[in-house]
Design a protein around this ligand. Structure first.
Ligand SMILES: [Zn+2]
Ligand SMILES: [Zn+2]
Length: 375
């Protein structure tokens, strides 16, 4: 598949031409700057004095057209027919294979739809080569992984993708009703049959709980509750890629995306906030429990109101490879900040089968040898 077939509009103005040779500068994780892959010229991305903007949740619930922007000036977007992910890329990069499911992307790319622009980005820090090494090492310790997976540890098969996340800040006020349990001891009488077969009356101390109605208000401020806005990678897997190091987030600059793909958010801003509420609930419950006090607590109801909600749309970097094995999609990914590897590892049935068979054969040989000696 050629670039023109992929619709990388040939007349589109190049955004970051190399002043030396005119090729496209791409973001270099090593130097944290733009670099020409041909002549090696580099260009700094100026440190922005701006803070990473928190935006008002209310104002973006139904975003106005002027609040929506394309990810980069020349961004193209294409939807994978295999898994439905929408991948954004910047020419001269091409759609190629879907980083999430490994399918060849055949749809025509088009200009990227505007979206709620990212406030911040965590730039790539690990290079493709480092990621390939990390994946090789990870696979090396997994002998039962099928060869199809090992073949994925080629550098070309590993793609750099920015995954979308929402982070929410919110003030919460929670009215609760419940009960406070206080322990007390009671003397209980019971009968026991002694060794002579006679029943004896004895007493013992038993712990009981007396319950009192309880109600009140607790308040808590949440900062940067982080919710993945991708549906193409499983939540537990993303959770285990943490920590991302949110304190390192840079104000969004499209130059960080040069040479990388980015995924369009699949979880909307309000959907993401519903997930965030679930994540806040645990902390609120433990606040309520300590507010109720006593030895035990029962919670009947918590009504939480959220105020002063702000959010950020952040892009986090991963190196990702996906492949199909027995009609299932498997992903292996590397946190491009920390180098941590997470992935699916199917076990090869045949590798296990032959290992077991070999084990049995060796046992039979040993047995036969022992039999031979005893005669
Ligand atoms: Zn150059
Ligand atoms: Zn796909």
């Amino acid at each position: 598949m050629t670039d023109t077939q992929m619709g990388a509009a040939p007349d589109a103005p190049r955004r970051y031409p190399c002043p030396g040779c005119g090729a496209d500068l791409v973001f270099d994780p090593k130097g944290g700057q733009l670099k020409c892959p041909y002549c090696g010229r580099t260009e700094e991305i100026p440190q922005s004095a701006d803070a990473v903007n928190e935006l008002s949740y209310e104002a973006y619930l139904v975003p106005r057209p002027d609040q929506m922007h394309a990810l980069t000036a020349n961004a193209l977007e294409v939807q994978c027919s295999g898994c439905g992910s929408i991948v954004t890329f910047e020419p001269p990069d091409v759609a190629g294979e879907c980083p999430f499911c490994g399918a060849k992307i055949v749809a025509q790319p088009r200009s990227a739809d505007p979206l709620v622009a990212p406030s911040g980005v965590l730039p790539f820090q690990h290079t493709q080569r480092q990621a390939t090494e990390s994946i090789k090492q990870w696979l090396g310790s997994r002998w039962f992984a099928p060869n199809a997976l090992k073949a994925q540890a080629r550098q070309e098969a590993i793609q750099g993708v920015y995954l979308p996340f929402w982070t929410y800040d919110s003030h919460t006020t929670s009215h609760y009703t419940g009960e406070r349990g206080e322990h007390y001891w009671e003397t209980e009488t019971y009968t026991e049959t002694n060794s002579e077969g006679k029943s004896e009356t004895k007493t013992r101390q038993v712990q009981k709980t007396r319950w009192w109605p309880a109600s009140g208000v607790v308040a808590r401020w949440f900062d940067d509750v982080t919710v993945p806005a991708t549906a193409s990678v499983s939540r537990p897997r993303l959770d285990s890629l943490e920590p991302w190091g949110l304190d390192q987030v840079r104000p969004y600059d499209p130059r960080f995306l040069s040479g990388y793909k980015a995924q369009r958010y699949q979880v909307s801003l309000p959907e993401g906030f519903e997930i965030a509420k679930g994540m806040m609930a645990g902390a609120i419950r433990s606040d309520v429990n300590s507010d109720i006090g006593g030895d035990e607590q029962r919670i009947h109801n918590i009504a939480t109101s959220y105020s002063g909600i702000t959010f950020k749309h952040l892009l986090m970097p991963v190196w990702l490879t996906a492949y199909r094995y027995h009609d299932k999609v498997y992903q292996v990914m590397v946190n491009a900040r920390t180098g941590e590897v997470q992935g699916d590892r199917p076990y090869s049935f045949w590798k296990i089968f032959f290992t077991v068979l070999l084990g049995i054969a060796i046992l039979l040989l040993i047995y036969a040898a022992a039999q031979g000696q005893s005669h």
